[in-house]
Ligand binder design. Structure first.
Ligand code: ZN
Ligand code: ZN
Length: 243
């Protein structure tokens, strides 16, 4: 990832005020030399998704503009990115973040996402987290995507988070093990936009923790576009489909 002045400044602040004493992946005490909070051993093995990227879904491609999957898929969003492949230690981190209340991970995760967003040069007006259905939200106690959205907003100089615009109106079964078509049906009419004027004419950054087939973010993008949003970018921490 290329360095710019903003990230240089953040590094500088971090050196003066180190914020963590334990590696965010393995938990071992470590002197932290990188700005994300990983120990050097973990950092050296991180499964970054490398350029060149598919111009649509953001996974690594060997040649051309789009990956083989995107050539046959009509994604509704403009472009997506994921920082990592969904592999260890990233997959374990996401499990802790999502199901074990390790919400302090939102900030270091968002930092990695912000660097990737700045690297792509995306400009947008507001951030929308992929919502959970209210029943699942009550069960888990928090929406991990909203944590990421607020941390990204904060790190990007107070970008607005539009957290009430997009809602999930159907509590769909878990999508683990479903292919793209099954997911599309499963998600049919699952999302709705409230107070659409808030997104009218705006470029939106849609945020989630994991990208799989892209059907969830496609559904979200399509209702946001119907409500008058101009363009949707998608940022996720990891992608479980990357080859
Ligand atoms: Zn470590
Ligand atoms: Zn693609």
């Amino acid at each position: 990832m290329k360095l710019n002045f903003k990230s240089f400044f953040r590094d500088f602040v971090e050196i003066i005020y180190p914020r963590a004493t334990a590696c965010i992946a393995c938990g071992k005490e470590a002197r932290l030399y990188n700005r994300y909070g990983f120990c050097d051993t973990c950092y050296a093995t991180l499964p970054f998704i490398e350029a060149p990227y598919c111009s649509k879904c953001g996974r690594t491609i060997k040649e051309g503009e789009e990956c083989n999957v995107c050539k046959d898929t009509n994604h509704v969003f403009t472009q997506a990115l994921s920082v990592f492949k969904y592999e260890t230690p990233i997959s374990d981190m996401i499990q802790r973040f999502k199901y074990r209340n390790n919400t302090y991970l939102a900030e270091p995760m968002a930092r990695l996402m912000v660097d990737a967003i700045e690297d792509r040069g995306w400009e947008f007006d507001g951030i929308v987290p992929v919502p959970l259905h209210v029943k699942r939200l009550n069960l888990r106690g928090y929406n991990q995507a909203a944590y990421l959205a607020y941390s990204i907003g904060k790190l990007m100089g107070g970008k607005e988070v539009l957290s009430t615009v997009l809602i999930r109106i159907r509590n769909t079964p878990s999508q683990i093990g479903m292919d793209r078509d099954e997911r599309m049906w499963n998600l049919y009419k699952s999302f709705e936009v409230r107070q659409g004027h808030i997104v009218e004419g705006k470029t939106i950054l849609l945020v989630d923790d994991v990208l799989t087939t892209g059907s969830t973010v496609d559904h979200c993008s399509s209702v946001l576009l119907e409500a008058g949003a101009q363009k949707i970018y998608v940022a996720t921490f990891a992608s479980s489909v990357y080859e």
